[in-house]
Write a protein that binds this ligand. Sequence first.
Ligand code: GLU
Length: 306
Amino acid sequence: MIIGRFAPSPTGPLHFGSLVAAVGSYLFARSAGGRWLLRIDDLDRPRVIPGALDDILRTLEMLGFEWDGEPVRQSRRSEAYQEALTRLEASGVVYPCGCSRGEIARIASAPHGSGDELAYPGTCRSGLPAGREPRALRVRVPAEEISFRDAVCGTYRQSLAAVCGDFVVRRADGLFAYHLATVVDDAAVGVNQVVRGADLLFSTPRQIYLQRLLGFRQPDYCHLPLVTAPDGAKLSKRDSAVSLAAGRNLLTEGGALLLGALQFLGQPTVGILSAATAREILAAAVQDFVPERIPSGSAFFPLLER
Ligand code: GLU
């Protein structure tokens, strides 16, 4: 049985990019007769925006999504994360690190790949230098490459040592790292199909490495193209802060939004009447789903211009 999931972060409302991830994961799971779970990634409490969770759930409901069971909230799962961390510590792969971000930035090699990632230079790897206080906990990474097959992006390879080095599993502020949390949560409910935005492709090897250390089964992965700004750049915080529900009656305009997401994912929409309700469109899209048609390149979608 396929078990898929959608894991929005309530750090903002449901925007078009997150709708694409919701639709993509829904189509993959439901077209295989599988379950589709909802998880709320509210681990990073200081970043949670009041009202965002309600907006996300209400919008999904209005668009006709039906999830199995109650949504799991990461903010209530600390015990499970601690248990996994204790297992990692017991196997000797975790060590305390006393470095601050600024110190790492000064000595780390230039970032590889995406974002603000800096490869940890390994300062505290063989013990905290004298006089240092432990801040974060890091997991030791191996020298070899991690590779996996992604349903949309093809084979992806990464050397953790070159890209991020030993990475944080518990942050200096005491919060569990997202990579650890997502791997523990997916394994706890048997998720075997992870469909999400391509911004997470780059972090997937870290998650696979943690699955291996913890003895979890590796799910199938599918990273969907990202919705970009008109010039192809990453969407700004301001763009992604606009709720799909803002200025729209989702009852009458929800169908058009879903059609937009389906078009973005390269899915056939000709057979789907534009007058159909959101729920009917979603059901028809599950029937007609052709995963091979999902494009791998991120792109602008004009729906955002309103
Ligand atoms: N919560 C993450 C996000 O909204 C997704 C996590 C995941 O799908 O693994 O970007």
